[in-house]
Ligand binder design. Structure first.
Ligand code: ADP
Ligand code: MG
Length: 164
């Protein structure tokens, strides 16, 4: 089973397809944490995940609402963006958002800018999106790490879905 892997994409469309592959194998209770600088491609990837899940609504960047919930797919998709929250404010804000209820719901969670949330989740798929050095402006590397059994299985299924 794969615990760590890196995917490379050469265009925004390919990042979308990579997200679609994950969306196709995503299950209720899966938690995916997306890190990377502004413009790295986190939201582009998230759009693909939603499509792969069968969500037909358009996914936008939830930066100003922090959490958006999409139905219509195989299961609800909860998309969060914690960018505006510093680590100090994170715990209180997550309580306000009802984060634990989301965790226990049948939704899959996709969280941009998780910051210190990483440390408090026992089992999540961590994805770090990095740009490549110039002149490879349209290349992105998706460095993925599973931290528990559930996310290991997810990463495994994703790799198979992407390769075959
Ligand atoms: P983030 O949510 O991480 O801030 P976005 O997905 O909103 O990033 O924006 C990524 C930007 O980078 C888009 O303008 C997209 O067209 C561009 N881009 C270029 N190459 C890629 C790639 N391989 N994958 C994703 N985005 C890419
Ligand atoms: Mg974004």
């Amino acid at each position: 089973m794969v615990a760590e892997t890196t995917f490379t994409t050469k265009a925004a469309e390919e990042t979308k397809r990579l997200g679609q592959a994950l969306g196709k194998v995503l299950r209720s209770g899966d938690t995916v944490l997306l890190s990377g600088d502004l413009g790295a491609g986190k939201t582009t990837f998230a759009k693909g995940v939603a499509e792969g899940l069968g969500v037909t609504q358009e996914v936008t960047s939830p930066t100003f609402v922090m959490v958006a919930e999409y139905s219509g797919g195989r299961m609800p998709l909860v998309h969060m963006d914690l960018y505006r929250l510093g680590d100090a404010a994170l715990d209180a804000a997550l309580t306000d958002l009802g984060f634990d209820d989301y965790l226990e719901s049948d939704a899959a969670l996709l969280i941009e800018w998780p910051q210190s949330l990483r440390e408090s989740l026992p089992d999540a798929l961590l994805i770090q999106v990095n740009t490549a050095p110039l002149p490879r402006v349209d290349e992105r590397n998706f460095q993925c790490r599973a931290t528990g059994l559930n996310s290991w299985q997810l990463l495994d299924e994703w790799v198979k879905q992407w390769l075959f």
